[in-house]
Ligand binder design. Sequence first.
Ligand code: ADP
Ligand code: ZN
Length: 679
Amino acid sequence: MDNKKKPNNKMNVPKFSLNWMYAIIAMMLIGLYLSSEGGSTTKQISYNEFQQYVRNGYASKVVAYNDNTVELYVKPANIKEVFKQDATKVGKTPMVTTRVPSNESLSRFLEKERDEARFQGTEQYEEKKDYISAFLWQVLPFALLIGVWFFFMRKMGSGGGGGSSVFSVGKSKAQLFEKGGTMKITFKDVAGLAEAKQEVEEIVEFLRQPQKYTDLGGKIPKGALLVGPPGTGKTLLAKAVAGEANVPFFSLSGSDFVEMFVGVGASRVRDLFKQAKEKSPCIIFIDEIDAVGRARGKNPSMGGNDERENTLNQLLTEMDGFGTNSGIIILAATNRADILDKALLRAGRFDRQIHVDLPDLNERKEVFGVHLRPIKIDDSVDVDLLARQTPGFSGADIANVCNEAALIAARNGKKFVDKQDFLDAVDRIVGGLEKKSKIMTVEERRTIALHEAGHASLSWLLEHANPLIKVTIVPRGRALGAAWYLPEERQITTKEEMLDEMCATLGGRAAEDLFVGRISTGAMNDLERVTKQAYGMIAYLGMSEKLPNLCYYNNDEYSFNKPYSEKTSELIDEEVKRFINGQYERAKTILSEHKKEHNALASLLIEKEVIFAEDVERIFGKRLWASRSEEIMAFDKTIEKEKKNAEKDAELKDDNETKTNTSEKEVDLPETTTDDSTK
Ligand code: ADP
Ligand code: ZN
C-alpha cells in the first residue's frame, strides 16, 4: 500500500475485502465435496438387486458402513450390465449403493455367496466418513476465528471514520479537498470575523507567492491556531483560506488520531504529513486539536496517556521536520487554548493565535446576509431585527435558524419565507418545540403562570435585569414556561448587574413561595444557574466582601487539590448561601410590594398564554430604567403581529383540544397556518 503510486490518496483504495475470504472458503468446500465423490457414477439400488448382483458375481469389492449403507464396486467386465453404459462413461470405480437390514445379515449373506464361489471380492467394514462435516469440523473453527478477528479489526480501524479496514489503521483519516473541487469556499462566504480574516489573509499570501517572503529572508509561519467557541466558523475560515489560495485542503479532527492501538496515532500523523508533502503547497486543518494537544503529563497520578503523548510528540516532530518553505501550513482549531501543551504554542509551531469570537450585532447581520442568500425571502424579512433577536447565537446557530425558517415555510406551503417563519425558527432553536398538547391541570397552569410572572415582574422592576421581550406558559422543549429577554451585549459585567440577574432568576421560586404557598420542582433550572453564578462570583471573581479580590480559578483539568484551605472552602459555601438567600429575600420583598401587579400579570398569562413587553408595561407602567426601552419598542411591529397570531391561536385552540394526542408537528401547525391566512 504505497501512497506514491496513487495520485489521489483518498479512501477509494481497492481493499482486501472479507468477500474474498468467503469466496475462497466456499470454493474449497465445493472442491472437497466433488473430490470426495471421485467423479465416478454411483447408483442407488434395492437390497434385492444388490443380492442379485452379488449372486451374478459382479462385485469386486463390498464396503459396509456402520450406518447400514453398503457400497458395491462393480467389476469392470460387468459395468455394462449394471449401468447400461459404456465403461468409459462411468468413471474408474463405479459402484452401487444400498441399505442392508443389518451388517450381520450382510456378512452372513456374503459368507454364503463366498462359499458358493459367486463372490470373490474383498469385504470391508468401515466407519461412515462424512467428508463435509469432517472438513467443517476441522476448518470451521478457524474460519470463524479469523472472521471474528477481521470483524473487530475493521470496527477498530474504522472507528469514527469512513470504511477503512485493518490494513489502513495507521493511515491518516484526513479528508482531502482538492483545489478547484466542488467545495470552493472563499472569504465571501465567511461573514464578520474581520480581524481573523485579516490575519489569515497573510497566510493566503504566503501560499500564493512564498518567494516574496523568503527572498527577503522571512520565514513563513508553519501554523496558526484558531481559538473560539464551537460553530463560530473556524472550519469555514480554514476552508476559505484554502479556497482563496487555491490549494488542497486536508481536514481532520484531533480525535481521528486517537485510537486504541499503541503507535497508531503517531503513524497517522506521519502519514498525514507524507500525504501533505506530496500535495504541497497545501493546508492541513486539525479540528479540536485539544484531543491530542492537551498538556502532557500534567497529572502524574493518573499515569498520563502515553498514546496521546506519543501522538503529540510525533506532531511536534513533524512540524519541526518540514522546512519553512515546504508550503504546508497547519491550521488548528480549539475552543480552549489554555489547556494546550506549551510546546505546541512555541515559536515555529502554532505561533499565531487567531481569536474567532461569537458574532456581535453587526456581525450577526452579516452572517444572516450570507445565509439568506440561497433562501427565497419576501420583503417582510428584516435582517436588523433578526440580528437583534439572536444575541449569543453563533454563526452555525444562525445558519440553523435560516434553514429552520425555510423548513417551517415549506411545511406551510408558502412560496416565500417570511419574517414570522424566522421568528418562529429563533424561538424554536432557543426553546425547543412548542408542546401545546402537554396535559396540564389548572393548578399546574396557575403555578407556572405565577412563576413566570415572577421572573417577568422582577426583570421589569430591577434596574440591571435584562429587559423582557415576551413570556409564555406554553411548554417548549423540556421547559414548562419561558421568558425571552433582550440581553445587553456587554464586554464586562458589574456586580450589581449580576446580583439583579440572580434576583430576577430567583423571582420564579419566590413567587411560588409567596402566592402559591408551596414551592415546586419547576425552579430547578433557575436554582442551578443561580448557584453556579454565585459560586463564580465568589470563588473566581473576588466579588464577596469576605473573600475580596481572590480568584481560585484553576484551569488544570485534573485538579483534585483545591487551591485553598478547608476554612476558605467553608467560607465560600457560606458566602454562596448568603448571596443567594439575600437575593431570594430581595425578590420576595419586591414581589410582595408589587403583589397586585404581579398577580394581574399572572392572570393575563393564564388567559393569553403569551404576553409581551407591552402588556407588562400596561400593568406596571413605564419601566423606570428604560434606558433601552426604545430598543424594546423597536420590536413593536413584531409584537403586534405575534399578538395577532396568539389571539388566532387562542381561537384555534378549541379545535386542538379535541386531539390532545396529536404529534408535535401537527400541533405546531396552527401557529403558522394562521399566519398564512393573514396574508
Ligand atoms: P467551528 O469549526 O468553529 O465549530 P464551523 O466553521 O464548522 O464552526 O461552522 C459551522 C457552520 O456555521 C458553517 O458551515 C457555516 O454555515 C456557519 N457559520 C459559522 N460561522 C460563520 C460565519 N462567520 N459566516 C458564515 N457562516 C458561518
Ligand atoms: Zn424559572
